[in-house]
Write a protein of this length. Structure first.
Length: 395
């Protein structure tokens, strides 16, 4: 796996695909700089070698050249974070861009305008990718958030750099960390799969069954399993058409000696609201008109004991409706157990959508081993798919 550490960028122009798709407020100011900070080590390495950086990214989903999606809005934040005044050019291809690139000196950074102002970006257009490729000596992909897309700047462009292409620090560490779970996880390996729907997690579960020892199933998706086993789940979230699939998963897990841990009890509510009346019920004995919205005490203790005995932990999907304070305790206790296991030497990866949001919301970000930066990309990695942006560098 070639990374930026295999290159000396002295007097070279690094063409870096970053993921600067950051949230902006109504005044078009950056409200969360995580993604810019995540790209910093790669950019700094190039500058410290004596090279320059040409940064390309998308921002949002513009249908045309709409000002609210201009990367100009992030120049100030990027300059502050990177410690260098970032230059900006108001397109990503064309003569003016080429001139700005030619004028770039070692130690300087040039940010190109939103790639998605050109529909050719998402279409993976080869001619467009070739025009982008003319803007650098080495192609660096550091955009994990879009690595699952076969776009011009994320995948197609790599063919124009047969030798001079590599992963940036961020993308490389995402790959290394997911492999710590999927390829060389120290046993016992535990996957905590929660969240709303079985259907969105099924491919992940099928892919990881060969790699794990324990499967904790939490969140709304647990009720499809409970109902399939004959439990009464009241008006809890359920996917009736996935009941057979749930039983199949339990069967496959048994064949592969994976111990499955379903909730034992749950916090129930008479409405999907933080202000609803609440009670506690055994998982398969929820009265009509009530729904399970979080793990109960026994569930939380069971999940914590499994997590604390694990050496490798994957956390994907919350245990309850953590966005509502009355139903957040299951997710908080799970985070606490993961943090404790990590402090005791386990490796923990938090990846994919809402578990990342939960870990950040409850301040566990620095108490786990790795928090993935890419929602969809991480889900596809866990599903065992080869991401186009990664394949293009490895080819
Ligand atoms: P996902 O994106 O599939 O990981 O689902 C995350 C969502 O699942 C979060 O917004 C949670 O509020 C929701 N969730 C977790 N547990 C439950 C539950 N018992 N009932 C309904 N939604 C839930």
């Amino acid at each position: 796996m070639k990374t930026i550490n295999d290159f000396d960028f002295k007097d070279k122009k690094a063409l870096i695909r970053v993921d600067f798709n950051v949230p902006l407020n109504d005044a078009l100011e950056v409200t969360d700089t995580t993604r810019i900070e995540a790209a910093k080590p790669t950019i700094i390495k190039v500058l410290e070698d004596g090279g320059s950086c040409v940064l390309m990214s998308h921002l949002g989903r513009p249908k045309a050249r709409e000002d609210e999606f201009s990367l100009q809005h992030i120049v100030m934040s990027a300059s502050e974070i990177l410690g260098v005044q970032v230059k900006f050019v108001n397109d990503c291809i064309g003569d003016a861009v080429q001139e700005a690139v030619n004028a770039l000196q070692p130690g300087e950074i040039l940010l190109l305008e939103n790639l998605r102002y050109h529909p050719e970006e998402k279409a993976g257009d080869v001619a467009f990718a070739e025009q982008l490729a003319a803007l650098g000596d080495v192609y660096v992909n550091d955009a994990f958030g879009t690595a699952h897309r076969a776009h011009a700047s994320t995948a197609v462009i790599a063919q124009f750099f047969p030798e001079n292409k590599c992963f940036g620090n961020l993308l490389a560490s995402e790959i290394v960390n997911v492999n710590k779970v999927l390829s060389d996880g120290e046993k016992p390996v535990t996957a905590i799969i929660g969240g709303a729907k079985v259907s969105s997690k099924i491919t992940i579960i099928e892919n990881i069954l060969d790699k794990i020892d324990h499967l904790i199933i939490g969140g709304g998706m647990a009720f499809t399993f409970v109902k399939a086993q004959g439990g009464s789940i009241g008006s809890s979230l359920v996917e009736d058409d996935k009941q057979a699939l749930a039983l199949e998963i339990l069967d496959k897990a048994k064949q592969k000696n994976v111990e499955v841990h379903l909730p034992l009890d749950c916090v129930i509510a008479d409405a999907f609201s933080n202000d609803a009346n609440v009670d506690v019920a055994d998982i398969g004995a929820i009265p009509d008109g009530w729904m399970g919205l979080d793990g109960g005490t026994q569930t939380r203790e069971l999940f914590a004991s499994v997590i604390l005995a694990s050496k490798t932990i994957l956390f994907n999907g919350p245990i309850g409706v953590f966005e509502m304070p009355n139903f957040a305790q299951g997710t908080i206790d799970t985070c606490t157990a993961i943090a404790e296991a990590t402090a005791n030497g386990a490796f923990s990866l938090v990846g994919g959508g809402d578990s990342v949001a939960a870990v950040k919301q409850f301040d566990f970000g620095d108490k786990v081993s790795y928090v993935s930066t890419g929602g969809g990309a991480m889900l596809e990695m866990l599903e065992g798919k080869t991401l186009p942006g990664i394949k293009a560098i490895l080819d």
